[in-house]
Design a protein around this ligand. Structure first.
Ligand code: EPU
Length: 428
């Protein structure tokens, strides 16, 4: 297994670029199952999660080619197999996003129920409620498989909110299935994340009738068929936020291109309060802006609560926590989306951070410096937080099990090296 060896204390400087969004690419790829012709996606990042999704789609009869420039061509050639097997689903929870497209197009899906994962239970009840709302039969069968089938899906009005708010992939699944249903579907408390709007953009190019994507109320008028098309994936807002915070924790000065600043309002608000300045150099397209990041020597403490978009994203919580370990005072971070998503807390403590957790809330009492240590995390974003801490810490930090990072950050160590970080990939 690979690890990152980091010698901290180098200020990040120079210019870098944000890759295409992982969390948009995965459901965009799955949406290709709906099309009657080839779908071409540009800016699909090279990540292990993307490879896993490609493997699943190939099993489902879709040809997938991904070139080194990030262009991916997907074309369904055989609709014979609609079983998403446990072996694939258990390696990647986002496999769930084939559910809606398969049901919409083929009317029949056997989907292995995903188990819990490192960041929490992650049920799929809202996805299934949505499918049932469109008239599908949903049954749990042997071997943990859920059989979802419908002769004809019918549009309906549904509420998709749960105890933790809206669901991103649940909303996308219902939108995909409803795109080919008979009649009109209205989703109330739809997720407003930019990834939902990006998938809607693709479906609209394929011929779907969708309005309100990116707002809590979406309307989908079903059509008879969808065609192939071409689409560029939005930039990754979480990678952008991570690069901004990595710059800040090293008191660096970095220009970041292809930055979806428009999708980062809550993070920008908190970063401004901490004392990080993010200036837009070129904002002609605010989803692909160029920004310049620098930070004050003295970081201020903040209160942060994660929320569905446009609130502060759970996927930046670990990175923000790493940043405020060095703030001058006490910060309070509350996790409202995945209340158990704190795998980084014990590891950051090993590096000298002062963290006190009670349930979904962590008080971070800022320290003057972090000290390098061997650390490990079993979640993608927690690992990113640990890399950031390593960049700022005194001495050497070894972040073990970086296969978690490889799931969601394209060539992170190379991007950081180019910015002057002393980081290398080594064998554990
Ligand atoms: N939830 C339910 N029932 C459901 C679905 C969700 O109770 O049927 C709950 C979840 O347990 C959670 C909340 O609703 O408490 C929100 O979950 P959501 O469904 O929105 O998460 P997701 O769609 O499965 C995506 C991202 C995650 C990101 C979340 C929240 C992808 C592939 N994954 O997951 O990204 O944390 O939205 O923004 O898009 C990551 O990239 O590291 C990552 C985990």
């Amino acid at each position: 297994m690979d690890a990152f060896l980091i010698h901290g204390g180098k200020r990040l400087k120079g210019a870098t670029q944000v890759s295409g969004s992982k969390n948009a690419s995965l459901p965009l790829m799955a949406a290709a199952l709906l099309a009657d012709g080839p779908v071409v996606l540009h800016d699909v990042p090279h990540l292990s999660d993307i490879q896993n999704m490609a493997r699943l789609l190939r099993e489902l009869g879709c040809e997938v080619e991904h070139d080194e420039n990030g262009t991916m061509r997907l074309e369904v050639v055989d609709e014979g197999n609609s079983h998403a097997r446990y072996d694939v689903v258990r390696t990647m929870r986002a496999s769930v996003c084939v559910l809606g497209p398969l049901l919409g197009k083929r009317g029949n899906v056997l989907f292995s129920m995903p188990g819990g994962c490192a960041i929490g239970d992650r049920p799929i009840d809202l996805h299934l409620r949505g499918m049932a709302g469109l008239g599908a039969d949903v049954e749990l069968e042997e071997n943990g498989n859920i059989h979802t089938k419908a002769k004809r899906l019918r549009g309906s009005k549904m509420f998709l909110g749960g105890p933790f708010g809206s669901t991103v992939l649940g909303t996308i699944n219902v939108m995909c299935a409803a795109a080919l249903a008979e009649g009109t579907t209205v989703i109330e408390q739809a997720a407003c994340e930019p990834e939902v709007a990006d998938v809607a953009d693709l479906l609209i190019k394929m011929g779907a009738h969708i309005s309100g994507a990116g707002t809590p109320r979406m309307t989908i008028d079903g059509v008879k068929s969808l065609s192939g098309t071409e689409h560029r994936v939005i930039a990754d807002r979480i990678e952008a936020g991570t690069l901004i915070m990595a710059t800040a924790i090293t008191n660096g000065d970095v220009k970041i291109e292809n930055c979806p600043i428009d999708a980062l309002a809550a993070a920008m608000d908190r970063l401004a309060a901490i004392g990080v300045s993010v200036d837009t150099v070129n904002g002609a397209n605010p989803m692909r802006a160029t920004v310049s990041v620098s930070s004050a020597r003295r970081l201020e403490p903040v209160m942060v609560t994660t929320q569905p978009h446009p609130g502060f994203p759970t996927d930046l919580q670990a990175q923000l926590m790493a940043l405020v370990t060095l703030a001058d005072g006490n910060s309070i971070i509350t996790e409202k989306i995945f209340p158990e998503r704190f795998l980084h807390v014990a590891e950051l403590s090993r590096m000298g951070a002062k963290l006190y957790r009670q349930g979904p809330t962590v008080m971070v009492s800022g320290v003057k410096r972090l000290i390098g240590a061997p650390v490990m995390a079993s979640d993608l974003r927690a690992s990113a937080g640990l890399v950031m801490a390593g960049l700022a810490a005194k001495g050497a930090t070894k972040v073990n099990r970086v296969y978690h990072l490889d799931r969601g950050y394209e060539q992170l160590e190379l991007k950081l090296q180019k910015l002057g970080a002393d980081i290398e990939r080594v064998s554990e």
